[in-house]
Design a protein around this ligand. Structure first.
Ligand SMILES: Nc1nc2c(c(=O)[nH]1)N(C=O)[C@@H](CNc1ccc(C(=O)N[C@@H](CCC(=O)O)C(=O)O)cc1)CN2
Ligand SMILES: Nc1nc2c(ncn2[C@@H]2O[C@H](COP(=O)(O)OP(=O)(O)OP(=O)(O)O)[C@@H](O)[C@H]2O)c(=O)[nH]1
Ligand SMILES: [Mg+2]
Length: 438
């Protein structure tokens, strides 16, 4: 029999109210033992007062509200009981212990959502959206997660699948009933395949931005001393965070700022200017600067427009910011073929262009669903490649069987988005990265 699982569903820490949640076939009997009353005469989905008792000592642990849901009409699709008690680390932990002592098992991270998925309450993309919603660090990321949770991404996947099914129906009719259906009319297969390809392309166009929204980005500022790295950090933050002076070698420690740039959560690292120095403190700062730059997703190499010096370019993706454009007009050509943007940390000129270059992708304008994970993009790229193969095969006038194989492959890749065709290990990997109680 399926285990009945329990976990604290709310964040631990000082809080007004907190929830302990149970899900599984014994949820009601376990809860009845702990609150020492039957749930028989408590209607589902209705809150009622309840006191939780320690099953060993009989001592009362907390006084709160209890609600139960009868499967399949619950979040997980199983029987669910929630106790809403006083928040705080100790009380909720004691209530949880009482449920465990009465026969529940501690839930693994993501196990409630995993059960909701297996019971058809959520598809995989929606379950991922729940995790993304919880960890969203910008309003744009939160909105993307909400849209995905609503099922708009899944619906788009279903629309694409319907086009593929239409193509397959034509193909299979000519394969199975050649004498009734006659020759394949290529256009009847090409049209739905073309529409599917177009929809996929539109989704894939927003993938880079969507992934940045959920995953965020670490950006390091680097360059010679005094070029304006700290001034740029302050300009991006819109606040005087870093110390700025006209002295070279001002910054020593790494300063990290969590910003939201063009909707994307970005951790910006200001670092010490790179130079050879005898100052032992600055030397440590320079070593830390190099280490920080090595870990960044994108590096902004800041250069002073009044004395553009030769640069050591980083290994990873980077943008050259030619600063102090208010003092000297920057010659961007000298940095070709590398991406370079003229900016002034003082006047704010060029900062939007710099942010766009750093985010590395244009911000999609439409309200279309966004692909928010590498997993989605990978599955849809494989689907698009298979559709491409199917169309080529069709154009070459090859047998319907071959076109059908590619189209089936595309459908399978597409089904990974919603979990219809996703392997169990991958599904478990996805849920194991959720937080406890979700
Ligand atoms: N207390 C509490 N608040 C919560 C959650 C929860 O589990 N518990 N949620 C957890 O993420 C979210 C709400 N998600 C939920 C989704 C479905 C059902 C549910 O009972 N569904 C039934 C009935 C549907 C209906 O009446 O509209 C069903 O699907 O059959 C409950 C919560 C956010 N707030
Ligand atoms: N006119 C002008 N001055 C700037 C600009 N950006 C920075 N400065 C000036 O350049 C000097 C150095 O700026 P910082 O931001 O401290 O330079 P840094 O790269 O952080 O220097 P270190 O921390 O020493 O490596 C200061 O006097 C700033 O006011 C700019 O866009 N225009
Ligand atoms: Mg500085």
């Amino acid at each position: 029999m399926t285990d009945t699982i329990a976990a604290i569903a709310t964040a631990t820490g000082a809080a007004g109210v907190g929830i302990v949640r149970l899900s599984g076939p014994n949820a009601r009997t376990i809860a009845a033992q702990v609150v020492r009353r039957s749930l028989q005469d408590q209607p589902p989905r209705l809150l009622k007062r309840a006191t939780v008792y320690d099953p060993q000592s009989g001592e009362s642990l907390d006084d709160g509200l209890l609600v139960h849901f009868i499967g399949p009409h619950s979040f997980t699709g199983e029987d669910v009981v929630e106790f809403q008690g006083h928040g705080g680390m100790l009380t909720l932990a004691q209530v949880l212990q009482a449920f465990l002592a009465a026969g529940a098992r501690l839930a693994r991270p993501g196990e409630f959502s995993e059960r909701a998925f297996h019971n058809g309450k959520l598809d995989l993309a929606q379950a991922e959206a729940l995790a993304d919603l919880i960890s969203a660090r910008s309003v744009a990321a939160q909105r993307a997660a909400r849209r995905q949770l609503d099922g708009s991404l899944s619906q788009e996947a279903h629309r694409i699948a319907a086009e593929l099914q239409e193509a397959l129906a034509r193909l299979e009719a000519t394969i199975d009933f050649p004498e009734d259906v006659g020759e394949l009319v290529p256009e009847t297969v090409e049209a739905p395949l073309g529409r599917a390809a177009q929809r996929l392309e539109r989704l894939l166009a927003g993938a880079a931005y969507g992934r940045r929204l959920t995953e965020g980005l670490t950006v390091a500022l680097t360059g010679a001393p005094n070029v304006g790295k700290s001034s740029l950090l302050n300009a991006l933050a819109g606040a005087e965070r870093a110390i700025v002076t006209e002295l070279a070698g001002t910054t020593r420690d790494i300063l990290a700022e969590e910003l939201v740039l063009a909707g994307v959560p970005v951790r910006v690292l200001d670092t010490a200017g790179l130079r050879e120095t005898d100052d032992p403190v600055e030397r440590i700062g320079v070593a830390r600067a190099r280490a920080a730059v090595a870990t960044a997703d994108v590096v902004i190499v800041v250069v002073d427009a009044t004395r553009p010096e030769p640069l050591a370019l980083p290994e990873q993706s980077f943008v050259i910011a030619v600063n102090k454009s208010d003092l000297a007009s920057p010659e961007l050509e000298r940095f070709a073929p590398h991406p370079a943007v003229a900016i002034s940390a003082r006047t704010g000129e060029g900062l939007d262009a710099l942010v766009q270059a750093v985010i590395g992708t244009s911000v999609p304008a439409s309200d279309a669903p966004l692909l928010t994970r590498a997993r989605h993009e990978d599955a849809l790229r494989r689907a698009a490649a298979q559709i491409h193969d199917a169309r080529v095969t069709l154009a070459l006038g090859l047998p319907a069987e071959l076109i059908a194989v590619d189209t089936h492959g595309a459908l399978a890749a597409l089904g990974e988005l919603t979990g219809q065709t996703t392997r169990e290990e991958i599904i478990q990997g996805i849920f194991s990265r959720f937080c406890i109680g979700k």
